[in-house]
Design a protein around this ligand. Structure first.
Ligand code: ADP
Ligand code: MG
Length: 727
């Protein structure tokens, strides 16, 4: 075994689980480091408290004087918990989170000092934003960016820093982050869903979106991860032959969580409790060393923040446990990758889940309305939804027979399909009393019963109804949930807006009763959106062909999928719903392309390096051993040596061939990479996708073949079996 590999493996042998102190009940820890309602009630004046609540519930502005009060109280609270610094915490277009810490400490006259934090520091900051991706927004306008307090997501303390969730916008107001469009989309959903809710409940005043994500990830020992330049630099393995035992025995899924991983999880959960992240579920996933954590669902903006925070906390906690967390969607070839299922629903101000069937026919009609409108929205904007999960890393996962395909479709199960089929046959126009009774008793009246024993699950569907919520499964493990959720809430809001206009028209012009109008429109929607409903196997060519016939898009590559972001259809939609301007969309498109090209560039460089600096020299050393051996055999056995050394000679030839191929392919790839770098934007991304990326597999193939031939003692790269099965 090579020195690097040996040392790395030696290190892991001495690891034992870190004991995590579990002194208090989880419920006692929950939210202790969050400036939540409870803390606010303790620390704020009544006027300040009410003002913040008003801002959270109705989006009203908090005036300067109150902001000063809130800031002082927040600082007192934070200092009582040992905080020394504060930061505006935001989510730039890198997809990660950003923070710049400032001390509360200020000196007066050089000799005295005090802790200070006022309204201005709370409400707005001007970070040096020049190095964040902006997709051209900040070239056109002022170079300045601002962060501004988002009171709907509470401040929290991490380590010794008070973190204030903020939006990040350009001087001219364009969003430079992922949170701002999400907040606007949530506003749009609130407006249009509330208007539709009023058909069924006069007291409806607000609709919020809820989100419960499920985060998958791999845990790899950090010494082993460090021994692999590809994991270090790209977050995934660019080569590595699959081990004799992978996941074929399916013995990891829901199995006993290994001791070290368990200790990491306990530590992580404790941190999450303090931060108010309501994690509830933990289990082994399908692949070896793959796990999942999931929280109780929350209001979507908070849930998105909590997911971003969780990913950050995981990195920090993992260091204590000598692990590296991999969020990449496909860190290992031949083994399942990681996703982040986004379960979501809509909830009205009286706590009704609008995607959950109710106890009365009226409640069920409300359920059907939101259910069918969602399906219709996905049908109309399926290509946009596909674009919302496009990323260089998710590209490895979507459409690979372990994850949803790149074709969007909706799965609702056989029983709800039958309900929709029945509704499709409702008479057009006015309904007879008999038909109304029939509908109420036999169709919509039966929904709760049928859903109770609805056990349908279709793991191949990208967008599935799961009894009282939809689950968007195409989202990648590495993604910021705000991106797909913004698209989803915007398309549903737009659809609900259309629906209300159409119902109002039937009631006004055709003099239909409201429920008749609703039935009429829903019937049309069911017909119009049939193409998006698919209950079969989403894997394989049969569905691809069928989907094509149905007119559904199938954008396989990331650049192709991203293009949709700036289509006229997208621009019209986002501008109409006031979620993003054309410029903001274009910026995100440019950032997406740029990130694609850069990541491909890095991967091709790393692969080229490993192939030529690690793999080829090792193969040559082994080949020399074989040559030496053959020479010796010849010396002893003379003319007969060719028979005796047949295996060696064959191997020498095979190794030679692989080496030649690797060298030639790396050179060719480099030529193509140089060409790709000469282009910009879409052209560069497409060139990388079509002309550079295909080399990855080819080069990998030859390297992986060599891995199986070369003496294990020489092989420098930690192997899959060591990465994945070391406890
Ligand atoms: P799985 O998909 O692994 O079978 P579940 O179907 O139990 O698991 O999904 C659980 C996830 O769904 C949890 O993260 C939970 O928070 C979320 N969830 C449940 N109800 C809602 C809801 N009304 N809105 C949003 N998310 C929800
Ligand atoms: Mg799930």
């Amino acid at each position: 075994m090579s020195r690097i590999r040996f040392n790395a493996l030696q290190e892991t042998l001495h690891r034992s689980p870190i004991k995590v102190l579990q002194s208090e009940k989880r419920s006692t820890l929950f939210g202790q480091n969050v400036f939540n309602k409870h803390a606010m009630q303790q620390y704020l004046t009544r006027a300040a408290y009410e003002s913040v609540m008003d801002a959270i519930e109705h989006g009203t502005k908090i005036d300067r004087k109150i902001a000063d009060q809130v800031a002082v109280s927040m600082k007192d609270w934070a200092m009582s918990k040992g905080a020394t610094h504060y930061t505006h915490w935001f989510q730039p277009l890198t997809g990660a989170t950003a923070e710049k810490h400032d001390a509360f400490f200020e000196s007066i006259n050089g000799s005295l000092a005090m802790e200070k934090f006022d309204g201005e520091q709370l409400v707005q900051q001007q970070p040096d934003a020049a190095s964040f991706p902006h997709g051209g927004i900040r070239n056109t306008f002022e170079a300045r960016g601002y962060t501004a307090w988002d009171p709907t997501s509470p401040a929290f303390i991490y380590e010794t820093t008070l973190c204030i969730p903020t939006i990040f916008v350009a001087y001219t107001g364009e969003a430079l982050d992922n949170k701002t469009p999400l907040l606007r989309a949530l506003q749009a959903i609130d407006t249009h869903a509330t208007a539709v809710c009023k058909f069924f409940d006069k007291n409806a005043a607000k609709v919020s979106a809820t989100l419960g994500w499920e985060q998958e990830f791999f845990l790899i020992d950090d010494a082993l991860a460090l021994s692999r330049p590809d994991i270090q630099l790209t977050g995934r393995t660019l080569l590595g032959h699959s081990p004799a035992k992978g996941q074929q025995l399916e013995d990891h899924y829901f199995g006993t969580i290994p001791a070290r991983a368990m200790s990491f999880m306990q530590d992580l959960e404790q941190e999450c409790m303090l931060l108010g992240i309501p994690v509830k579920t933990r289990h082994n996933e399908v692949a070896p060393n793959q796990f999942e954590v999931a929280p109780i669902f929350e209001e979507a903006n908070l849930a998105v923040d909590h997911n971003s925070l969780l990913m950050d906390v995981m990195q920090k906690v993992s260091r204590r446990h000598r692990f590296k967390v991999l969020f990449h969607e496909k860190p290992f070839a031949g083994i399942n990758g990681s996703s982040k299922h986004n379960n979501w629903s809509l909830s009205s101000n009286n706590g009704t889940n609008l995607l959950s069937p109710g106890k009365t026919p009226m409640k069920n009609l409300q359920f059907l309305t939101f259910f069918i409108n969602t399906i219709k929205a996905v049908h109309t904007y399926e290509e946009l939804l596909r674009g919302s999960v496009a990323s260089p890393s998710n590209e490895h996962r979507l459409g690979t027979n372990e994850a949803p395909p790149t074709i969007m479709s909706v799965f609702i199960g056989s029983q709800l399909s039958a309900v929709l089929d029945d509704l499709e046959n409702v008479t057009k126009g006015k309904l007879s009393p008999q038909e109304k009774t029939d509908l109420k008793l036999n169709i919509i009246g039966k929904i709760p019963e049928i859903l109770l024993d609805n056990t349908d699950k279709n793991r191949t569907s990208p967008f599935a109804f799961t009894g009282n919520k939809f689950e968007f499964r195409a989202v990648g493990a590495l993604a910021n949930c705000a991106i797909p959720m913004t698209v989803l809430f915007t398309i549903v809001a737009k659809q609900l807006k259309e629906f209300k206009i159409e119902v109002d028209a039937l009631v006004g012009e055709k003099k239909l009763k409201k429920d008749e109008a609703v039935f009429n429109i829903l019937r049309e929607y069911i017909k119009d959106s049939k193409a998006i409903r698919f209950e079969g196997d989403g894997y394989g060519e049969v569905w691809e062909k069928e989907a094509k016939k149905r007119g559904l898009s199938n954008n396989k590559s990331t650049p192709e999928a991203l293009k949709v972001k700036i289509s006229d259809k997208a621009i019209n939609l986002f501008e109409e719903m006031q979620v993003m301007s054309k410029m903001e969309l274009k910026a995100r498109y440019e950032v997406g392309l740029e990130s694609y090209s850069k990541k491909m560039q890095i991967e091709s460089r790393v692969l080229g390096d490993i192939a030529r600096n690690h793999v080829v020299p090792t193969a040559v050393i082994y080949q020399n051993t074989l040559l030496e051996n053959t020479k010796n055999l010849k010396e002893i056995f003379g003319g007969d040596y060719k028979n005796i050394a047949k295996e060696q000679i064959d191997l020498i030839m095979i190794i030679s061939n692989h080496i030649t191929q690797i060298n030639a392919l790396v050179i060719e790839m480099e030529v193509e990479k140089t060409k790709a770098n000469k282009f910009e934007g879409l052209k560069s991304a497409e060139y990388y996708s079509k002309k550079v990326k295909p080399f990855f597999e080819e080069i990998r193939y030859h390297c992986d073949q060599l891995e199986t031939m070369v003496d294990d003692n020489l092989w420098p790269l930690t192997k899959y079996r060591e990465l994945l099965f070391t406890k």
